[in-house]
Design a protein around this ligand. Structure first.
Ligand SMILES: CC(C)(COP(=O)(O)OP(=O)(O)OC[C@H]1O[C@@H](n2cnc3c(N)ncnc32)[C@H](O)[C@@H]1OP(=O)(O)O)[C@@H](O)C(=O)NCCC(=O)NCCS
Length: 172
């Protein structure tokens, strides 16, 4: 795995169980009754640290407007079958939005998934979530298909894919 990025005042690192409360609170605030449950997040954090295909949850810390450094967001990825990697979750705390932290977290989990053997990345996103869709498109994800009623009645999702990057052309 490449070293965890540091983006000036933004610090991104693999999460530990000590980060669980921050993750659970922000998850609930962002997704309400669709939020991942604490127990599932705890198990994810504790599971398979010796498994080479596992990728960590990444957490981000940044300086807030008051100058204090705080918990700013997180992202969760996992390896799927074959060469597939899934971005399962990505959240930036409201006070830190619009500072390219979401993109930095997305790049970090994508890099980590690639290091774990995933060349093709996938995710699902609610079809009305324009900020997230624009973010995903800005790093190369494309809408693959609509998943009707994915989050409940009339709450559709897009399945998005970032195809494997083409390698350099072979030399002469
Ligand atoms: C989606 C989310 C992670 C974006 O985080 P962020 O740190 O504010 O996003 P960034 O600052 O990195 O923005 C990167 C790009 O995303 C797009 N974007 C982000 N917020 C946007 C908005 N409100 N409107 C339109 N485009 C937006 C832009 O293309 C932006 O690039 P630009 O600033 O160069 O134009 C954040 O809004 C969030 O946590 N939302 C709630 C949780 C959620 O919906 N997660 C996605 C689940 S699939």
């Amino acid at each position: 795995m490449k070293p965890v990025q540091e983006h000036g005042p933004i610090d991104i690192r693999p999460a530990t169980v000590a980060d669980l409360d921050d993750i659970v609170n922000l998850e609930k605030k962002s997704f309400g009754d669709q939020a991942w449950r604490r127990e599932i997040l705890r198990r994810y954090l504790q599971s398979g640290e010796d498994n080479p295909t596992r990728v960590p949850i990444f957490v981000a810390f940044a300086k807030a407007a008051n100058g204090e450094t705080g918990f700013a967001g997180y992202t969760i990825g996992c390896r799927g079958g074959k060469d597939n990697g899934m971005v399962l979750d990505l959240v930036v705390s409201p006070e830190f939005k619009g500072q390219h932290l979401g993109r930095a977290l997305l790049e970090q989990v994508s890099e980590s998934l690639k290091d774990a053997g995933a060349s093709r990345l996938t995710l699902e996103v609610e079809s009305t979530n324009k900020p997230a869709i624009r973010l995903y498109e800005s790093v190369g994800f494309v809408k693959d298909r609509l998943l009707p009623d994915c989050y409940g009645e009339k709450r559709d999702a897009y399945w998005m894919i970032k195809p494997a990057a083409k390698g350099p052309r072979p030399g002469p």
